[in-house]
Design a protein around this ligand. Sequence first.
Ligand SMILES: C[S@@+](CC[C@H](N)C(=O)[O-])C[C@H]1O[C@@H](n2cnc3c(N)ncnc32)[C@H](O)[C@@H]1O
Length: 211
Amino acid sequence: MDINAVKSSYKIWAPVYDKTFGAITTVGRKRAIGHINSRQGKVLEVGVGTGLSLKHYKPHLQITGIDVSPHMLAKARKKVAKRGLSHVKDIQEMDARAMKLPDNHFDTVVAMYLVSVVPDPELVVAEMTRVCKPGGEVLIVNHFAREKGALSVVEKAFAPFANKIGWHSDFSIHRILGEDDLSVQGQSKLPPLGMFTFLRMEKQGGNARLN
Ligand SMILES: C[S@@+](CC[C@H](N)C(=O)[O-])C[C@H]1O[C@@H](n2cnc3c(N)ncnc32)[C@H](O)[C@@H]1O
């Protein structure tokens, strides 16, 4: 899927997203944010979309959100203004493959339901790693392809329609596990039917900073 297809797709999704895909993916969002709320500091949410997550972050955190779709972001900005979410410091239109953000800056970098949507997921994870502080966490919530079983057949059947539905149904987790600076800390399956995964990774070098 190229970036123009992503933008076109999310222009169509934006008005209905919260009541459709957004509604069935609440569990993963709450699980990741529950974890982030136990942490401190600056959080970057990559592919923040319509901002469904924003009201769930605790006020001790400083949240930055980026997304490539102006239509999804317009919804997010509306939520921030309507609810007075003062912990949301910055919402920017930006391509996650080339972030205009400093190195080693955020304590936590999270992408929910993004990696199977972007054209170059490896590049996005490399960028997430770059902007994360050493010892910080890179978190991913996503659907990953099953290796076998009836649902794996369904996933493969939907794969050719990626440009229409806006995500790759047969996306392999191995595409995002190649970053040398990240070590996997945990991987849990989420309902419904273990369809989604919450993946926790840590950026190396946290102790080196203290020496
Ligand atoms: C399925 S939505 C998920 C939105 C949000 N994370 C959530 O939990 O509801 C995927 C989002 O990724 C965004 N996206 C896709 N490619 C992107 C890119 N290269 N850079 C930034 N955002 C991107 C889309 O515009 C869309 O808002």
